[in-house]
Design a protein around this ligand. Structure first.
Ligand code: AMP
Ligand code: ZN
Ligand code: ZN
Length: 410
């Protein structure tokens, strides 16, 4: 028995100390830099109906997902923070774009005002903090949450959000940061572009205006790829293009007026549409929930504790007692708001498994397979993928470290 044990111990040591085997300390191997690019509100079908030579070239030389599954709710801040941290919404706490936290007694809102730079909002550890803490250099040119310090750590370079900064300036700046003989020599960088999403909201996903935005984005990608070549990064830079959610057309015939169903004095409305997050006043939960359940048409209503597990949207104190989710293309609003403002052409935020909310992922560079289309996957795994590529020890997160290894050449 003793002999067998020591034989297996010896075998174990030989196998697991062999170079190239999985137990090799990944953090010791040299890594290629990553540029993570978000194209807000970008849908896969946009590529099918437009001439996009630069996307085509990028995808032919890299790996594309059939589609990317965002987290719930499919709004910009929760979805981007999941990509950065590998956490589901209930574990990172950015429950929507704008919300009130009754414990902090403060409002999180993504405009330039108070709030988001305060690190108390942001649960989890974003990849740029993981990188900085382990001796790598991160440089972000916009990403939701990148303006806040997390546990006292910030990217070496970061920018306060300013949507008016021209997109080509963003690209050129990031290229100087990534330049292998430049001052920064970033190992990890981000870019963020909002205009495809804005055009989608204003004109709808099937509009000529969105098509024009997609062709503009293709030109920008062309510029990015040329610059990558110009600074000598073509062979070494891994570029990950992602989007955060899709876009769905709205209709004036598909309106749910909340005050027709419940007394608005009985609740605080944390967010309105397409997912109304309702915080009932003291003792009102039962009554409000019953009324919503009785009229449950063109939406689904859940008590926080009964929210189906797949949404990963129960276990956070910021999530209020009642969640009312509009069916696709429906808007939840109030009569005065609707009379004053009407509705916009399109939006997102719906159930993350709805086809309209599916989004985009493609990656290229030395570590990615070429010319491959892989099955859809959840955005929660991208953090682990980036940590692996950068040879970082990942922080605790909800992603599976094995889930995306099939995208890599290895
Ligand atoms: P949404 O309202 O979900 O469509 O969010 C998209 C908008 O979020 C963009 O048009 C920007 O105005 C805004 N945004 C994106 N990133 C940031 C950021 N880092 N800080 C503040 N606002 C941002
Ligand atoms: Zn977005
Ligand atoms: Zn949007």
């Amino acid at each position: 028995m003793v002999r067998n044990t020591s034989f297996f111990t010896l075998l174990f040591l030989i196998v697991f100390s062999t170079p190239g085997c999985d137990s090799v300390d990944q953090t010791q191997r040299p890594s290629n830099p990553i540029l993570l690019v978000s194209i807000d509100g970008f849908m896969n079908e946009y590529l099918d109906r437009n001439e996009t030579p630069n996307f085509d070239r990028f995808i032919q030389n890299g790996t594309k997902a059939e589609y990317l599954i965002p987290v719930f709710p499919t709004k910009t801040f929760p979805t981007h923070w999941t990509i950065a941290t590998g956490l589901y919404t209930e574990n990172h706490g950015i429950i929507t774009n704008s919300f009130y936290d009754y414990e902090l007694d403060a409002r999180f809102s993504y405009g330039p005002q108070e709030g988001p730079n305060d690190e108390r909002w942001w649960g989890g550890e974003p990849i740029w903090v993981t990188a900085e803490k382990q001796g790598k250099t991160a440089a972000t040119f916009f990403w939701p949450g990148s303006e806040a310090s997390i546990n006292g750590v910030r990217p070496t370079k970061w920018m306060d959000y300013d949507g008016s900064v021209p997109d080509s300036v963003r690209i050129d700046s990031v290229m100087t940061w990534l330049d292998p003989v430049g001052d920064v020599q970033a190992d990890f960088s981000t870019l963020y572009f909002s205009f495809v999403d804005s055009r989608g909201h204003a004109f709808g996903p099937n509009s000529p205006e969105v098509d024009e935005a997609v062709r503009e984005m293709d030109d920008l990608l062309g510029h990015l790829l040329n610059q990558t070549e110009a600074v000598g990064l073509r062979e070494s830079l891994n570029i990950i293009l992602v989007s955060d959610h899709g876009m769905a057309e709205l209709s004036e015939d598909k309106i749910i007026f909340l005050e027709d169903i419940i007394d608005l004095n009985d609740v605080d409305v944390i967010d309105w549409t397409p997912v109304a997050m309702l915080r009932p006043k003291e003792g009102k939960t039962e009554e409000v929930y019953r009324a919503l359940k009785e009229h449950e048409e063109n939406y689904s209503v859940f008590l926080k504790d009964e929210m189906p597990e797949r949404f990963r949207f129960s276990n956070h104190y910021r999530i209020p007692e009642i969640i009312m989710m509009a069916d696709m293309s429906y808007t939840i609003t109030s009569r005065p708001f609707f009379e004053q403002r009407g509705i916009i052409a399109a939006t997102h935020g719906y159930d993350n498994m709805e086809p309209e909310m599916r989004t985009f992922f493609a990656a290229g560079g030395p570590d990615f397979k070429q010319g491959v289309v892989v099955d859809p996957f959840e955005s929660v795994h991208i953090y682990e993928l980036m940590a692996y590529l950068l040879r970082l020890e990942p922080a605790s997160n909800d992603g599976d470290p094995e889930e995306l290894l099939h995208l890599l050449r290895r």
